[in-house]
Design a protein around this ligand. Structure first.
Ligand SMILES: [Zn+2]
Ligand SMILES: [Zn+2]
Length: 350
C-alpha cells in the first residue's frame, strides 16, 4: 500500500476516509435510520389501549394512527443524518399484518438522501387489565345510599343517579377504573358498585354536597395479592341521609329549632326562641331529634297588638294566644297572617 490511503469499497486512492470509506461509499453505505423489520403490537380490542412491556397505555388514536405512532417510536436516526424528515404510510393490510412504508429524507454530509424501509406491524388482539376487570364485574368500593329511619324518596334516588352518572363520566376521562359495575336498588336504598376506590370517594363527596348526611366506612378484607404482598380490601361506604328535610323542626340539646339548610359539612339551625342561628357538624347528627315537619306549619291571624304583645288566633281551636313582641314581629299589623308551628303545646312564630 506504500502508505497510500485508499477506499476498501471502491479502491479509490488519495482520498479522505470517513469511517474507513471514501465520501461517496460512506454516503452510499449509510442507513438513515434503524428500524426493525417486524414489530408486534398487543392491542385491547375493547378500548384500543396498547400494551408496552407490562403496562397498558390508553390511546384515543385510530388504529392506523396507533400503528404509525408505534413504528415511529421504533425508529432510531443514524448519527450522521441531519434535517431528517420521516413519513410513514400503511400500504398493505394482510389479516393482522400491516405493511408500512417508511420514507426518510435527510442530509448526510452535504448530500440529501431519500431512503425507504419496509416494516411489518403485527397486531395481536388481547383484552387489557381494565377491560377484563370491567367485564368480570370487578369493583373496589360500594356506595350504599340510605336514609335515616325512612326510605329514600323517588326524587332523591333520581337526583343521586344523575349525580353519579355526570360525575363518573368526568372521572372516567382520567381514570379508566372510574366505572359503575353494578347498581342495585332495594327497598332500603341504592348500592353503587364502583371500579375504583378513589372514584367512589369522589362520587360520595358529590352526593354529600347535595344531600348532606352521615358517612361511615366499612372495609372488608377480600384476600391477599401475593404478587404485591398486600392485603386486598373492598370498601363499603354508607351515606345515610338525614331523617329531616329543610324547614323541618328538630330538637338540639334543649333547643327547639328549625332546619334552615345543610351542606356537606354542617347543618344550620334556627333557634325558635331566640332566632339565633346555630351550625352543627354532621358528626353530631345523632343529637338531633325531629319534633315537627314543615307540613305542620300553619297560618294564624293577628287580632290585637300592644307595645309588648301581639295576640293571634290559634289555627286549630281559634283561642287567642299572646305572643311577646320582638323586633322581627314589630312590623305586623292587625288582620295580617303569620306562620306558626305548635310544638309541645306551645305556638312558635316562624
Ligand atoms: Zn469508495
Ligand atoms: Zn381495554
Amino acid at each position: 500500500m506504500n502508505g497510500k490511503i485508499f477506499c476498501p469499497q471502491c479502491g479509490k486512492t488519495g482520498v479522505k476516509l470517513f469511517s474507513g470509506l471514501c465520501r461517496s461509499c460512506f454516503i452510499e453505505k449509510t442507513s438513515l435510520i434503524n428500524v426493525p423489520e417486524e414489530i408486534d403490537i398487543i392491542i385491547c380490542t375493547h378500548c384500543g389501549s396498547i400494551q408496552k412491556k407490562v403496562r397498558w397505555i390508553d390511546s384515543d388514536l385510530s388504529l392506523n394512527d396507533t400503528i404509525i405512532k408505534t413504528v415511529l417510536e421504533h425508529v432510531e436516526i443514524d448519527k450522521s443524518a441531519s434535517d431528517v424528515e420521516i413519513s410513514i404510510k400503511i400500504h398493505t393490510v394482510r389479516g393482522s399484518i400491516f405493511e408500512c412504508l417508511v420514507t426518510v429524507k435527510a442530509q448526510v454530509m452535504d448530500d440529501i438522501l431519500t431512503q425507504e424501509f419496509l416494516v411489518n406491524v403485527k397486531l395481536n388482539k388481547s383484552v387489557c387489565k381494565v377491560c377484563s376487570k370491567y367485564a368480570s364485574g370487578y369493583y373496589e368500593a360500594v356506595i350504599q345510599m340510605r336514609a335515616d329511619t325512612r326510605l329514600l324518596s323517588a326524587e332523591e334516588i333520581e337526583t343521586a343517579d344523575k349525580i353519579i352518572s355526570d360525575k363518573i363520566e368526568r372521572l372516567s376521562v382520567k381514570n379508566r377504573m372510574a366505572y359503575i359495575s353494578q347498581r342495585v336498588e332495594m327497598k332500603e336504598g341504592v348500592d353503587y358498585y364502583v371500579g375504583s376506590y378513589k372514584a367512589a370517594r369522589k362520587l360520595t363527596e358529590a352526593l354529600k354536597n347535595v344531600f348532606g348526611g352521615v358517612l361511615k366506612d366499612s372495609p372488608r378484607l377480600m384476600g391477599r395479592d401475593k404478587n404485591a404482598g398486600k392485603d386486598l380490601y373492598r370498601m363499603w361506604i354508607s351515606l345515610r341521609l338525614p331523617q329531616f328535610q329543610k324547614s323541618d323542626f328538630v330538637k338540639y340539646n334543649n333547643l327547639k329549632t328549625q332546619v334552615l339548610n345543610f351542606d356537606a359539612n354542617k347543618i344550620y339551625l334556627k333557634d325558635l326562641e331566640s332566632s339565633a342561628t346555630i351550625s352543627i357538624a354532621w358528626r353530631d347528627y345523632e343529637k338531633l331529634k325531629v319534633i315537627a315537619r314543615k307540613t305542620d306549619i300553619k297560618f294564624a291571624m293577628v287580632t290585637a297588638k300592644t307595645p309588648q304583645l301581639i295576640q293571634i288566633l290559634h289555627p286549630d281551636n281559634y283561642q287567642p294566644v299572646d305572643i311577646e313582641l320582638n323586633k322581627e314581629l314589630s312590623h305586623l299589623q292587625i288582620g295580617e297572617e303569620l306562620k306558626v308551628v305548635e310544638i309541645d303545646n306551645i305556638l312558635y312564630v316562624i
